[in-house]
Design a protein around this ligand. Structure first.
Ligand code: AHR
Length: 503
């Protein structure tokens, strides 16, 4: 029978914010130390202590935004520990992520604000900082913003200059805590609403003094819709006396992790179950939007999914949350991007967890080498959507039913975006056999410009290592142009295709 994809070129959804292809890096396991930062270690090429083999791989992806320093770490991080001469910085415990792992020492604070900004410069990426709400203070958060962004003659701005950065860092995105309903203090929605108002008020007071760039504040949301509703309701508690608590917020965040079976050891049902669970990312966005439309209908607060990805049982707290990264994981990422494109009008950013070595990483390292994972390849292909206009896309395909899950798995997932005269279409065949797919464009004279396929020769449980990473790079794929705006592709089992049309 095959599957049909109809691309409605004249039904734009919205611009796909390039920040949807964002990343997240935490002081956790080997993400920062060993992955991005090696300091004096000369076994790999470095620039100012930053690991350049990792940077080169990530720079090829044109990473738009990088969130740091956590995660749970953010709500126990005191930013002043990480500035000034490195030899004078204090060593602290890493409350969340060093337990039980002897080879990860305490937090040495070698990598702090200036080192992070150096990484962002080398990657040409936008920094996104998460302030400490858990055991910090609004003053500490406001001081960090002043240190980073203020260009006047204050002690903090001068300290930044002494630390090597005369010019402000102009950090646009500021998270007000992280998972404050959990590791960030176990706050009730009402308690977090109170904290959010306090922090946002003081951050906004610095924001008002900045000559360059306004900041965007990101509140913590939850995948539990009730939590979001209670938080948004309580945020307005001060409305009798002061206006506009919703104006304090530019974005609300949600986090979604999913798993099924093991990282490499899973059966066919677990393969599909993981794909079904990955669909919750789109559902979480819809739930957050619903809550916002009830409590702040006039606002243009958008959704940031600032942690998402596969978290397998093998990634335990005792191994620095490392796991093998398979083709199955990468295929789930392709589906998540299709779902985010469909919601381009409400999603302003997404950050995969985490960029190097940890969870669904894009790059893995050892002491000598850095290499790309299959998920890296999906990012590389899909990033061609960034900045384009998402187009309404209708897919006719069979579904694989998954018991006891809120979602089944359409065998073909797809999305499309317009870029001037070009239309870019991505599609994944999640079936465990090849599938004939027809792509129809409205422009009957459309022609194919480029076509590639990922994972045509890889089984779903294959994962990348330093010796085989180039086996996951794209191949050519045959596409038959029917001459009437329709194109036929025989998509191999569990593979992802990218098609560029002139239309
Ligand atoms: O990414 C690992 C952890 O997952 C983060 O620190 C936390 O925010 C989430 O629970």
């Amino acid at each position: 029978m095959g599957s049909e994809i109809y691309v409605h070129q004249h039904e734009p959804i919205d611009t796909i914010n390039p920040n949807v292809y964002g990343h997240f890096a935490e002081h956790l396991g080997r993400c920062i130390y060993g992955g991005l930062w090696v300091g004096e270690d000369d076994r790999v090429p470095t620039e100012d202590g930053v690991r350049m083999d990792t940077v080169e791989l990530l720079a090829d992806l044109e990473m738009p935004v990088l969130r740091w320093p956590g995660g749970c770490f953010a709500d126990d991080y005191h930013w002043e520990d990480g500035i000034g001469p490195r030899e004078e910085r204090p060593t602290r415990r890493n409350a969340f992520w060093t337990q039980g792992r002897a080879d990860i020492p305490e937090e040495p604070n070698e990598f702090g604000t200036e080192e992070f900004m150096r990484v962002c410069d080398l990657l040409d990426t936008e920094p996104y900082l998460a302030a400490n709400v858990g055991n910090g203070s609004p003053g500490e958060a406001a001081d960090w913003l002043e240190y980073c962004n203020y260009d006047g003659d204050t002690e903090l701005a001068n300290r930044r200059a002494e630390n090597g950065s005369e010019d402000p860092h102009d950090v646009k995105f500021w998270g007000v805590g992280n998972e404050n309903w959990g590791c960030g203090g176990r706050l009730s929605p009402e308690e977090y609403a109170e904290q959010f108002r306090r922090y946002a008020t003081y951050l906004r007071s610095v924001d008002g003094m900045l000559s360059e760039r306004d900041v965007d504040l990101v509140s913590v949301g939850h995948i539990n819709e009730d939590w979001n509703r209670k938080f948004l309701d309580a945020l307005d508690d001060c409305a009798e006396f002061v206006q506009g608590p919703y104006d304090l917020m530019d974005h609300m965040s949600v986090h979604r992790y999913y798993e099924a079976g093991g990282d490499t050891d899973f059966d066919d049902e677990e393969y599909f179950r993981l794909l079904a669970r990955s669909r919750k990312v789109g559902g979480d966005v819809d739930d957050a939007v619903d809550a916002l439309s009830t409590y702040a209908p006039e606002s243009d607060i958008s959704i940031i999914v600032d942690e998402w990805g596969v978290w397998h049982p093998e990634a335990t707290n005792t191994n620095g949350l490392e796991q093998e990264n398979t083709v199955r994981d990468a295929i789930s990422a392709a589906g998540v991007f299709d779902d985010l494109h469909e919601r381009a009008d409400v999603v302003s950013m997404a950050n995969i967890a985490q960029t190097v070595n940890v969870l669904q990483c894009l790059v893995q390292t050892d002491e000598e080498d850095a290499w790309a994972t299959p998920t890296y390849q999906v990012f590389d292909l899909y990033e061609n959507h960034a900045g384009g206009t998402a187009l309404d896309t209708v897919i006719e395909t069979d579904e694989h039913e998954v018991e006891d899950e809120p979602y089944d798995v359409p065998l073909v997932s797809a999305s499309a975006s317009a870029h001037g005269d070009e239309v870019f279409v991505t599609l994944s065949n999640r079936a465990l056999e090849s599938e004939d797919v027809t792509v129809s464009l409205e422009d009957k004279s459309a022609s194919l410009v480029d076509s590639e396929v990922l994972f045509a020769d890889n089984a779903v449980e294959e994962y990348s290592t330093k010796d085989n990473a180039d086996e996951f790079t794209p191949d050519d794929v045959d596409v038959v142009a029917n001459g009437d705006g329709t194109f036929a592709v025989a998509v191999p089992e569990s593979a992802v295709v990218g098609l560029t049309f002139e239309a």
